[in-house]
Design a protein around this ligand. Structure first.
Ligand code: ADP
Ligand code: MG
Length: 390
């Protein structure tokens, strides 16, 4: 997808509204993980360096159109100031006279953070007058929020229709580049390692990428719907019966491309690790649930990453949060990191697993948008990116 970036526009002396993704996890009123703040710093630094008057907006959590003081962006603005090494002012609103006054008071290179956009119901409704309120603050619009790029909201879509130029920041650009590479011209073989909970959330990615991907390695909960579709016993494993027919169709079309677990770690229930045992065949006995891939599958899947040119990883291979069911995810995560391939990981729990097993720093790209990355790989245009390319 062709979009203009902050390198293509002149921002000196201009009021530049940046839609960042500062939706960070909070714990007792403090920022618990700074990843998303750090990820958008290159964009902010570049704009500051070029003498723009930078106005940053973002959502945080799900306040559902109400002011929820515990979800204020104030503490996030403080962390941003610290990281930037310069004072970022904070204003307790997003639109209206107070916001306009704060924006108009900025000098070249100053930074202002607005309050949580989702304190206004108009944000998620892509309400025109709310978008207009945001647009009134800016001469240039920069979208740097990949995590919400699949949503048509006022702060990433409505405002981009109103403020011209509207361009992508460095983080958004980097995300697009990595995913376009997987979609269009991947180093081969291209391997998709998929897992996690439900097949229904990832089936469209498999379907869309069937012609492009050389090899799918599928574990996690989603594997059991495929195994059941092939006629194996799955015990009381996570299965989506409504998707059995789709799973069967994918397997028929994919042939040898899709690899599934051939053995498992099972347990009486996912919260009963003491009952864990290995099962050395694809079928799962009655009264047990599949909780992790088994040792033969670990060997086969890790071997499948060795020669890869590019790997996309979304979804843990098992219930990695429980140590008894974490071996598959850990082994596969390490193999991905050590493969030497271009490696891209996305998904909330996937990124958490990559960190937990110490491989996050060794992946080429960790996407900041789980849902957005899946939607992109489904072949669907992301609304907020599409509006920038117009
Ligand atoms: P991501 O957030 O990376 O996209 P998902 O949300 O799809 O991943 O799934 C993550 C969850 O899947 C993890 O919390 C993990 O415990 C769960 N999971 C993995 N394997 C299984 C399994 N065999 N049965 C049930 N849940 C599983
Ligand atoms: Mg998840």
């Amino acid at each position: 997808m062709e979009v203009k970036t902050i390198d293509d526009v002149d921002v000196a002396g201009k009021r530049v509204l940046v839609r960042a993704d500062l939706n960070v996890p909070l714990k007792e009123g403090r920022v618990a993980d700074e990843t998303r703040i750090v990820a958008t710093l290159p964009t902010i630094r570049k704009l500051v360096g070029d003498g723009a008057r930078v106005i940053i907006c973002s959502h945080l959590g799900r306040p559902k159109g109400e002011v929820r003081p515990e979800l204020s962006l104030g503490p996030v603005a403080a962390v941003l100031s610290e990281k930037l090494g310069r004072d970022a002012a904070f204003v307790e609103t997003c639109v209206g006279p107070a916001a306009e006054k704060a924006a108009n008071r900025l000098a070249d290179g100053d930074v202002l953070v607005l309050e949580n956009t989702r304190f206004w119901a108009g944000e998620t409704e892509n309400d025109h007058s709310f978008a207009k309120g945001l647009a009134a603050l800016a001469d240039v619009f920069v979208d740097d929020a990949f995590g919400t790029a699949h949503r048509k909201h006022a702060s990433n879509y409505g405002v981009a229709e109103l403020v011209k130029p509207a361009v992508a920041g460095y983080l958004l650009t980097k995300e697009i580049q990595y995913f376009d590479r997987l979609l269009e011209d991947p180093p081969r073989p291209l391997v998709f390692v998929l897992g996690g909970a439900k097949l229904s959330t990832k089936l469209a990615v498999v379907t869309n990428m069937l012609g492009t991907v050389d090899h799918f390695l599928i574990g996690g909960g989603m594997a059991y719907t495929f195994l059941k579709a092939q006629g194996y016993d799955v015990g009381s494993s996570l299965v989506e019966d409504d998707f059995l027919a789709d799973a069967k169709k994918v397997l028929d079309e994919a042939g040898e491309k899709v690899e599934l677990p051939g053995d498992h770690v099972v347990a009486r229930a996912l919260d009963e690790p003491a009952s864990a045992r290995a099962v050395d065949c694809a079928s799962i006995p009655e009264g047990y649930v599949g909780a992790d891939i088994g040792s033969e599958t670990i060997q086969r899947f890790t071997a499948g990453t060795v020669d890869a040119g590019a790997i996309f990883w979304n979804g843990p291979m098992g219930v990695f949060e429980v140590p008894a069911f974490a071996d598959g995810t850990e082994a596969v995560a390490r193999a991905i990191a050590e493969s030497g391939a271009v490696t891209v990981a996305g998904g909330g729990e996937t990124v958490q697993a990559a960190r937990q097993f110490g491989v996050a720093d060794r992946l080429s790209h960790i996407s900041t948008g789980g849902g957005a990355s899946l939607k992109y790989l489904e072949g669907k245009p992301l609304a907020a990116i599409e509006v920038l390319s117009r």
